[in-house]
Design a protein around this ligand. Sequence first.
Ligand SMILES: [Zn+2]
Length: 581
Amino acid sequence: MHDLVIRGGKIVDGTGDDAFIGDVAIKGGIIVEIANHAKGETAGAAARDIDADGLLITPGWVDIHTHYDAQATWDPYLTPSSWHGVTTCVMGNCGVGFAPAKPDEREVLIDLMEGVEDIPGAALTEGMEWSWETFPEYLDALEAKPHAIDFGCQVPHGAVRTYVMGERGVANEDATAGDIAAMAKIVREGLEAGAMGFSTSRTSIHKSKSGEHVPGTYAAMDEVFGIGSALNQAGAGVFQMAIEHHEADDNFPWMKKLAQETGRPVLFNLVQPDKAPDKWRDMLKLLEEAGEENIPIYGQTAGRPVGLLFNWQASVHPFMLCATWQAMKELPWEEKYKKLKEPATRRAMCDDDVHFWDDFVNMMMVGHHKMFPLGEEQDYEPSAEMSVEGLSKTTGQDPREIAYDALMRDNGEGIIYFPLFNYTHGDLNVLHELIMHPRTGLSLSDGGAHCATIADGSIPTFMITHWTRDRTRGEKISLEKMVRMQTHDTARLFSLNDRGVLAPGYRADVNVIDYDKLKLGRAHLAWDLPTGAKRYVQRAEGYVATVVAGVPIYENGVETGALPGKLLRGAQATPMKQAAE
Ligand SMILES: [Zn+2]
């Protein structure tokens, strides 16, 4: 007798093979049988059946770029990811995290996370119990708490450098040979305790709240390779990094050498920045060459533009540097809203001189060609006419007024979508090439981070709705291919070889989806973090059930209360019974 059988659904099994109608039978948290109806097979009796007639059955999504390092201590559901069918996530990306940490360094790490990832510091201070000092103790603390989904952690450079070098580390001074040896030792201990890898930031965009770059941003090559040797010695883990996007090709030679010398996967964030809009082509070529030499280096690509969401109460909006706004920014929202409704405030803000010293800031304030008011239907691939600039051309209205009025919609809760990266040419065709490339991996949803700036934790749902079903402005991607990309392929990048495929012996992490009805909810701000701190939330409709280790954790969008998830300690072995790979 099986524990659970999901019956009669369209099975897209994560291998990329054609879908078929059948049953998925589960026992003891493992898939024990896949029955193909066309071959006359049916799964035997079970304690419980889920009727999947007319529905899609897929492996649970594996999201490898999240930042739940703090949230995992207070939120068993790791939302928004689990709302979007994610059953395994990897956190500790981009060099930021909370272990190791001495008690007097906690503030520094919180400051860093708040600045780099826009996770409210108060929520971090209040939400975390800090019952650890070392990285292995941190893993133990996480493991002791119940979770709905599986997750793995990476050792963050920022924390390691701060731990070993103290203020010198935070100030990005050069590491001595002794510092490097100490850091490598900590990383190795972390890997041996089950870390999924090591992460670092080398981009000037990532700054702590007090304006310092992430410790390690300017780490010299002896430090990078010294730490890399720990991965080599442990024979485990990936080396993940956020790099300066427009200088990605300059960095490629040493990143490639690092992958070659350590023999471990090197993953770097690969996006199309407006500043260097064609560099991605060079990068794909370099990745191909490395692939031909069997060197394990991969680009991490987002499934849609990194989408800033402007809103009066968000972290960023195009009027935030106006003198008029600055004068009212400390007021409670009700009073602010009252003022915003006054024609005089609107006039003053639209007339304010808004050209700034910094290109990047300037683009966000007056880049009207990249501002798209989000309507009821959330269009993540809008055409140029839908931009504030486009609307201004059609109507003759001042673009500042159009932006202002868009934010005033819905009682002052209107949202403007600002595709920061991957949208230079105004569509997702570049992204299509990037994500289809064999040397890239789907990533960069940033679940748990950039709380009041973006809501890309919903990307796994978007990959299905937009790329396989709704896209009208270019090529689509087959459902079979897309499912494989965010299950099998992402899992394999981290050697999670026991999941991402629906086949006997594999973990029973499964999504049951009403494909026709699958839909992203509206992104909106909520004040649901510890201390009532804010974040964007965006849910989805159409996930009929999400199953982790054979146990439904959500049914029709409602939590079941079951918490079968666990901390992943390192690579996971390929099941013996491998029928489908
Ligand atoms: Zn990140």
